[in-house]
Design a protein around this ligand. Structure first.
Ligand code: 5U1
Length: 703
């Protein structure tokens, strides 16, 4: 027999643990430490072990998963789970709204509820007398699969409802099970490390995790839930979508904080457009915005046709993924000698853009995903990020697909390639490799670097292959005679080019530092380094320790800079640049440190393109306000400033570290009184993070 005191303690522990679970997984606002939570859970588990007759399926101890099932049982949805019509632009949205008004009457007062459409897995979860009894996938909308044991392990799904009013007798809650992008990336890293299946995208990660017959596997996966609607309800009267969402929040469900209600349809359109441009700032993948007529009465009047409610639609963002055939893998040599495997694809379109090439990152990436030449592959394209091959469609294989390995010789110069221990990349170690010289030259002459008008990749290749130059310093030794016999160079063109080269000798020091292409040194860090050292020689002599002492420079970047200048070839290059007359000192007077500015003592990191200032201008203004610009997000970062098409990795890291995230307007507000004239940002792609904050060998990819 169990004493009432034990039952009482068990009930108390369960209530307390449910509260902590809710605060942690739904509100993201825990009030106890992990250790305290663990201690309560341990006590409950011990009591349940000695009194197994008291274990209930909704006890917090029961989220660990159930024994493996043979298969998922099929379940009929009491009310079909509908799909959504699509709208792709403003015109489609207006046509949808006009149809609603035609059906309801032109004078009808409407309100709309809008929310990001999460790319996850739709779920119907049923509660009776406040307890989770059943969960089913959408399936074909009429029949789904019983995944109750798995859904029980998702910590943001309440096992017991805790409304502020009476408990509904029965309610079916609908929503999306999904994985955050950062969690998905971590999961894939673990999967790859354990030689387990890696998932193509967070949606597949969520679906694969939820469709495990062994729910203890699901329990270890980072799944989350957002409730967005209700099915059949008994014991509660709800009249509108926004009221239903409030009710779901009150019952203890996570509801997307970005949901809005608008009466003006122009605001609905603005919301769709805003999220389309900001989709990369969401912690999860969203493929559109869902728009619903708010009133349930109006919803009933509008009804459903062909499984699609007339009272809702999905504004779809341009597609980011598609499938095509991998025809070939070619290896490009970067300016640091890094060998980049690139996919040559059967051209196809994603979101209206034709894609024929995509990155494959490195050999490990290809091998861990078992990507083979000839495979049908999934390709992803996001923002300004270079398209990447995500993985093969194994089921489409014919048997003729060929595994791939990195060539043993550099494809440009034939030197045996090397791979340093603990690193994923292969390098061509030959400093005289023609391809490396062409790539360095291309970077050197580019706009944010030495900005030599009339020079680009074609000219760099022509001069290197013609034997006119062997390194960037040789550019400054060119004269009229050097062009003898070079096709296409008349006296005027030669003069313009030589004038452009001569003018580049006096570029500010930070441009010169950028132009060198030191791995991990982008334009903002180059500015910090030039301000700090004021001379290329002093920078070259800095130790790793000196570099680490600079705010915003971590051990990895410090090592990368020190390694670059430790190379005798690079020291020789600096000497040669001085000899040919390139300015290697900062000739501007040193600015006085600002100790009482609005950003004094603060470190900011910028990601993405700002609309009204270049990154250099932003860095300048932050420094005038007493702040510093860091190159990567660390615990010491005070703010992350997010522009358009931001890099996902910085954003994700800032979220993980709870670092405040600002948009450009908020940055300007912070800069406050320190405003200076700023020219509009150029649309020059070289100003992007891909080109500046990382070396060309480290393409901006959010893996
Ligand atoms: N956020 C959200 N996603 N989603 C998908 N709401 C929502 N509503 C849906 C679907 C299919 O359907 C209802 C409008 C029936």
């Amino acid at each position: 027999m169990t004493s009432p005191a034990i039952l009482d303690r068990i009930t108390k522990l369960r209530d307390e643990l449910r509260q902590h679970n809710y605060r942690y997984h739904v509100l993201d606002d825990p009030t106890v430490s992990d250790a305290e939570y663990d201690a309560l859970m341990r006590e409950l588990r011990e009591l349940e072990t000695t009194h197994p007759e008291l274990i209930t399926p909704d006890s917090p101890t029961q989220r660990v998963g159930a024994p493996p099932a043979e298969r998922f049982a099929k379940v009929q949805h009491p009310q079909p789970m509908l799909s959504l019509s699509n709208a792709f632009d403003r015109q489609d949205l207006l046509s949808w709204r006009d149809r609603v008004l035609r059906l309801l009457g032109a004078d009808t007062k409407l309100a709309f509820v809008v929310e990001p459409k999460i790319d996850g897995l739709a779920m119907a979860i049923t509660y009776e007398q406040g307890r989770l009894i059943h969960a089913a996938t959408r399936g074909d909308g009429y029949t789904g699969e019983d995944v109750t044991a798995n859904v029980r392990t998702v910590k943001s799904v309440p096992l017991v409802l805790h409304p502020s009013g009476p408990v509904p007798q029965r309610i079916e809650v609908r929503g999306e099970i999904y994985m955050r992008i950062a969690d998905f990336e971590r999961l894939n890293e673990q999967q790859a490390a354990n030689a387990d299946k890696v998932f193509a995208n967070p949606r597949n990660g969520a679906a694969g995790s939820l469709r495990q017959l062994d729910s203890t596997i699901t329990a270890g996966r980072p799944l989350r839930f957002f409730a967005y609607g209700i099915g059949p309800v008994e014991g509660a009267t709800l009249n509108s979508q926004h009221q239903a969402l409030e009710y779901l929040r009150d019952l203890g469900f996570p509801v997307n904080p970005d949901i809005r209600r608008y009466e003006d349809f122009e605001e609905v359109i603005a919301y769709c457009e805003e999220w389309m441009s900001r989709r990369d700032t969401l912690a999860y993948e969203a493929d559109g915005v869902v728009i619903k007529v708010d009133s349930f009465g109006q919803q009933r009047e509008l009804g459903v046709v062909a499984r699609e409610p007339r009272w809702a639609t999905a504004f779809k963002f341009p597609a980011r993924e598609g499938t095509t055939r991998l025809l070939e893998i070619v290896v490009n040599v970067g300016r640091t000698g890094k060998l980049n495997p690139n996919a040559i694809l059967e051209p196809f379109t994603i979101g209206g853009v034709t894609v024929a090439n995509a990155t494959l990152h490195n050999e490990d990436y290809i091998v861990s995903r078992d990507i083979r030449i000839g495979d049908r592959v999934t390709v992803k394209r996001a923002g300004d990020v270079i398209p990447q091959v995500v993985g093969p469609i194994v089921g489409a294989r014919t048997g003729s697909e060929q595994p791939w390995h990195m060539p043993e010789m550099c494809p440009s110069c034939g030197t045996p390639v090397v791979r340093h221990e603990g690193e994923a990349d292969y390098f061509c170690p030959n400093r005289l490799c023609p391809e490396q010289i062409v790539r360095s030259m291309e970077h050197w002459v580019s706009q944010g670097a030495m900005d030599i008008v009339g020079m680009g990749e074609r000219q760099a290749r022509q001069f290197v292959e013609g034997g006119m130059i062997k390194d960037v310093a040789d550019l400054y030794l060119l004269n009229e005679d050097s062009f003898a016999g070079i096709e296409g160079y008349g006296p005027k063109r030669i003069k313009n080019l030589l004038d452009g080269i001569a003018a580049s000798k006096d570029r500010p020091l930070h441009r010169l530092i950028s132009a060198l292409g030191i791995p991990n040194v982008g334009s903002t860090l180059a500015l910090t380094l030039s301000r700090h050292f004021r001379s290329l020689s002093r920078l070259a002599d800095a130790t790793e320790e000196d570099l680490r002492a600079i705010d915003g420079i971590g051990p990895h970047v410090a090592q990368s800079i020190a390694r670059y200048f430790a190379e005798p070839d690079h020291r020789d290059l600096i000497e040669k640049l001085k000899q040919v007359g390139v300015q290697t000192e900062d000739t501007q007077p040193a600015p006085a440190p600002v100790t009482d500015g609005p950003l004094s003592g603060k470190t900011l990191v910028i990601t993405g393109t700002l609309a009204n200032m270049t990154r250099e201008q932003a860095a300048e203004r932050v420094q005038q306000a007493g702040g510093k610009i860091g190159s990567g997000v660390t615990k010491k970062t005070n703010y992350l400033v997010v522009g358009e098409e931001p890099g996902g990795s910085k954003y994700t890291k800032a979220q993980q570290l709870n670092i405040p995230i600002l948009n450009e307007a908020q940055l300007v507000e912070l800069l406050g009184a320190t405003a200076t004239e700023s020219a509009p940002a150029t649309a020059d792609p070289d100003q992007s993070e891909a080109a500046f904050n990382q070396s060309e060998d480290q393409l901006k990819l959010d893996l």
